[in-house]
Design a binder for this molecule. Structure first.
Ligand SMILES: Cc1cc2nc3c(=O)[nH]c(=O)nc-3n(C[C@H](O)[C@H](O)[C@H](O)COP(=O)(O)OP(=O)(O)OC[C@H]3O[C@@H](n4cnc5c(N)ncnc54)[C@H](O)[C@@H]3O)c2cc1C
Length: 434
C-alpha cells in the first residue's frame, strides 16, 4: 500500500497556498447519497463539484485531507498534451476513432478549461497562463516532438513550431534543438487548486469527509455501502478516484496501475537579473527526457526541481544531486543551487499511459491512471464522469475505455523493477537515446 500523509508536511505548495485549508461543513451531512466518491484529489473533487452542480447528493470520502495525494504534491504544470511523445494519432490507434478523437479534444482543451474554471469559480491558486512548450533535447527527440506537433496541427489545434533559437529565446535554456509551443498551457499552485475545488464543491452541497479511509465496499440490493473509519456511508453509485493509492479497497484494482514515487523541491527565489534570462515570459516547459527535464516558476520566483525516487535510503541527497545537475545543464549560470524544500508523491501509470473507467460491479466504477498529466485531465475527465453518473452522458460517450479491471501483466514484477528504472533512464538520456 502506498502511504497517505494528510499533514502535507514539507510540501512547499501548502506553505504558500492562498486558499485556506479545507474545513468540512457538517450541515451538508446526510445518511444516504446519490453518488459516493472515494478520494479528494482533482479527479474526485471534479466529479463531486460537477455532480453537485447538476443537483446530485454527493459525498466525497478522503483517507487523509483534501489534496494530500498527487493533486497537492505535483509540479502544477497544466499541459495541453498527452504524456511524453504520445500523439493524438496514437490515442486514436488505441481507442478507435470516436473515443480517440474525443480524448484528443479533451486533452487539447484541458488547460483552457482549467484556467477558465478557476477564474469563474474565484479559486486563488496562483494561476499563470503563459504557455507551455515541449522542446527537443536530442536529434532522436526532435523527430518525436515534430511528430507530436504535426499530429496536433493536423487537427487544427493552434500549435506553433519553434527552431532551436526560438526555444532558447523563450526558455533561456541550453541544448534544445527545436520544439513546439501552445499558449493555453501554464502553471498553478496545485494544492491551492485542490482546496479551492473542495471549497466550491462543498458550497454547492457536496459533503466532503476527511480522515475517513474507505476500507471496503459492499452491496445491499440497489444500495452500495462504504465501510469507512467514520462509519458506514450509503449511496446508489460509487466511483473510486484514488490514483496510485488503491490498496485492499477493491479486490484486483491495485493490479491496474503501477505506482511510481516522484519528488519535487524548489530552489531559492531567482533574482530579477536571472529572471530576465531564465523563462523571461514565465512560460513553462517539459521535454522528453525520461529522467525529467522541465522548468517553471512558483509565485515566489523559485524554480522547480524534480524526478523519480529510486533509492530506498538517502533519497533526498541523491534526488537533489540529480535535479541540481539537470537544472545547471539547462541553465549553466545557476551553479549555486540548493533545494530549499523536498517532498514526494505517488503517480499512477498504466500500460497505455492513459486513464480508463473500470466497471467493478453494477454502479461501482474506478477512474484512475492519469500518469503525469492529471492536473488538467483528472479534472476534465472528472467532469465527464460526473455527467455519466448523473445520466446525461452514456458509457459510449466517455472519451476513455470503459470495461472491467485492466490488469497489468506481471504488475508486481514491473512495480518492483520500476523502482530501479531511473538510473537506466538517466543513462539513456545522457546517450541521446530518448
Ligand atoms: C510529484 C508529481 C508531479 C506531478 N507533476 C504533474 C504536473 O506537473 N502536471 C500534471 O498534469 N500532472 C502531474 N502529476 C500527476 C498528477 O498529480 C496526477 O495525475 C493527479 O493529481 C491525479 O489526481 P487524482 O485525483 O486521480 O489522484 P490523487 O490526487 O492522488 O487523489 C487520490 C486521493 O485518494 C485518497 N485515497 C486513497 N485511498 C483511499 C481510501 N481507501 N479511502 C479514501 N481515500 C483514499 C488519497 O489520500 C488521495 O487524496 C504529478 C504527479 C506527481 C506525484
Amino acid at each position: 500500500m502506498t502511504r497517505i500523509d494528510g499533514t502535507m508536511r514539507g510540501v512547499h505548495w501548502a506553505t504558500t497556498s492562498p486558499e485556506p485549508a479545507f474545513v468540512a461543513k457538517p450541515v451538508n451531512r446526510r445518511t444516504d447519497y446519490d453518488i459516493a466518491v472515494v478520494g479528494a484529489g482533482f479527479c474526485g473533487l471534479s466529479i463531486a463539484l460537477h455532480a453537485a452542480t447538476a443537483g446530485a447528493a454527493v459525498v466525497v470520502v478522503e483517507a487523509g485531507t483534501v489534496g494530500c495525494g498527487a493533486s497537492g504534491r505535483n509540479g502544477g504544470i497544466v499541459v495541453p498534451h498527452f504524456p511524453g511523445a504520445m500523439t493524438p494519432d496514437d490515442a486514436v490507434m488505441q481507442l478507435g476513432r470516436t473515443k480517440g478523437e474525443a480524448l484528443a479534444e479533451l486533452v487539447a482543451g484541458g488547460p483552457g478549461f482549467v484556467f477558465d474554471h478557476v477564474r469563474a469559480l474565484g479559486i486563488d491558486c496562483e494561476a499563470e497562463q503563459n504557455g507551455w512548450l515541449q522542446p527537443a533535447h536530442s536529434p532522436a527527440s526532435l523527430k518525436k516532438v515534430r511528430r507530436v506537433y504535426q499530429s496536433w496541427q493536423a487537427r487544427g489545434v493552434d500549435v506553433e513550431w519553434l527552431d532551436g533559437a526560438d526555444v532558447a529565446a523563450l526558455t533561456g535554456a541550453q541544448g534544445y534543438v527545436g520544439g513546439w509551443f501552445r499558449n493555453t498551457g501554464g502553471t498553478v499552485n496545485p494544492y491551492a487548486l485542490a482546496l479551492g475545488l473542495a471549497r466550491v464543491a462543498a458550497a454547492r452541497g457536496a459533503d466532503i469527509r476527511q480522515n475517513a479511509p474507505v476500507i471496503g465496499i459492499r452491496s445491499e440490493g440497489a444500495v452500495r455501502v462504504l465501510n469507512t473509519a467514520q462509519g458506514e456511508i450509503r449511496a446508489r453509485k460509487v466511483v473510486i478516484a484514488t490514483n496510485a493509492h488503491t490498496p485492499a479497497l477493491y479486490p484486483g484494482l491495485e493490479s491496474s496501475v503501477i505506482p511510481v514515487l516522484l519528488y519535487h523541491g524548489f530552489t531559492r527565489p531567482m533574482r530579477d537579473d536571472e529572471r530576465s534570462a531564465i523563462l523571461p515570459t514565465r512560460a513553462c516547459f517539459t521535454d522528453l527526457r525520461k529522467s525529467g527535464g522541465f522548468a517553471r516558476y512558483n509565485s515566489e520566483n523559485r524554480l522547480i526541481m524534480g524526478g523519480a525516487i529510486f533509492r530506498p535510503s538517502d533519497q533526498r541527497a541523491w534526488s537533489e544531486r540529480h535535479s541540481r545537475r539537470r537544472l545547471t545543464e539547462l541553465f549553466p549560470q545557476l551553479s549555486d543551487l540548493q533545494a530549499e524544500s523536498f517532498w514526494t508523491g505517488w503517480c499512477a501509470l498504466t500500460n497505455e499511459a492513459l486513464p480508463a473507467v473500470q466497471r467493478l460491479e453494477k454502479d461501482v466504477y474506478s477512474l484512475i491512471g492519469f500518469s503525469t498529466r492529471g492536473v488538467a485531465l483528472a479534472q476534465t475527465l472528472g467532469r465527464e464522469m460526473a455527467a455519466f453518473l448523473c445520466e446525461s452522458r452514456t458509457e459510449a460517450e466517455l472519451p476513455v475505455r470503459v470495461g472491467g479491471i485492466r490488469k497489468i501483466a506481471l504488475q508486481p514484477l514491473k512495480r518492483f523493477l520500476g523502482g530501479f528504472a531511473f538510473p537506466i533512464y538517466q543513462l539513456r538520456d545522457s546517450l541521446g537515446l530518448t
